[in-house]
Design a protein. Structure first.
Length: 283
């Protein structure tokens, strides 16, 4: 093989140097995991919404389709768990526990879909929310991943929400705790951190960040892990585009409205409207 002086021998030497200098991991245990996780996600979405996704077989019976897709999701999840759980029986039992949560999961996701339809005058139907809104996929995948995060399953929940991030532009950490009837309008650029809590009937717009204000450090300069870093959002809150709500001590009280392009690092009482002076003068 040759192409402009590039030979197999030269590339082999480059590969040898790369092999000797890599210090992240020299194990191949995760090869293929990403594809399996994506397969699990897609089969899960078809099982949850068989009227909208997947192929329409000659004789459409929704329960049969759900059963088939649940089996495929279960198989994919069991294979994925095999990458991080050495015991095959334990991996299968864990997958069963996840799939057992799907009836309640569907009930909660349906509240998100209805919130999208009721909260966006441009939405013509709940079908449109499911089929076209990026928030639907991002939130649904997050909710599946959150089940697994709560079960302390390693790596896979983060892979799931990063897959959602890739395809939607919405970044929700699987550790965040989000109530029912949650909606993100437009969605691009939304970031929700790991220790965020969000109540019921909350609506976010694009480019909202629920993030950390600063990072505590250990005496050796390394970051302190496993502490509360992200805000708490009450019930019936609306946060408009471009706003950052930051800090583990920051709380947005219920029934509040937070305007656009704001930097919020202090708590906001319930039943409060927050906006800039320029925004206030424009009304």
């Amino acid at each position: 093989m040759s192409n402009k002086g590039v030979t197999a021998e030269r590339l082999d030497k480059i590969a040898e140097k790369m092999q000797s200098t890599g210090d992240i991991s020299t194990e191949s245990r995760y090869i293929g995991l990403g594809d399996i996780v994506e397969d699990f996600i897609e089969h899960s979405l078809v099982a949850l919404f068989p009227y909208h996704f997947g192929s329409n077989r000659g004789r459409f019976v929704p329960q049969e389709k759900r059963t088939w897709e649940l089996m495929r999701a279960f198989d994919a999840l069991t294979r994925a768990l095999g990458f991080i759980i050495n015991d095959a029986e334990e991996a299968e039992e864990t997958a069963v526990k996840v799939i057992d949560e799907y009836p309640e999961l569907l009930r909660i996701i349906e509240t998100d879909v209805r919130a999208g339809y009721e909260g966006d005058p441009a939405a013509k139907s709940t079908d449109e929310i499911v089929l076209t809104y990026p928030a639907f996929r991002a939130i649904s995948i997050y909710r599946i991943a959150h089940i697994m995060y709560e079960m302390k399953i390693e790596i896979i929940p983060r892979m799931m929400t990063e897959y959602a991030h890739k395809i939607t532009g919405i970044d929700i950490h699987p550790g965040a705790k989000i109530g029912e009837s949650f909606f993100i309008d437009h969605g691009t650029g939304v970031v929700i951190g790991e220790t965020t809590t969000i109540g019921d009937h909350v609506k976010l717009y694009q480019h909202v960040t629920l993030g950390a204000k600063s990072f505590a450090v250990n005496p050796d300069g390394s970051l302190v892990k496993n502490i509360k870093r992200h805000p708490d959002i009450g019930n019936n809150v609306v946060i408009y585009s471009g706003t950052a709500v930051l800090g583990g001590d920051t709380k947005i009280g219920s029934n509040s409205v937070i305007g656009s392009n704001l930097w919020i690092t202090k708590s906001v009482p319930s039943d409060t409207v927050v906006k800039t002076q320029a925004q206030a003068d424009s009304y």
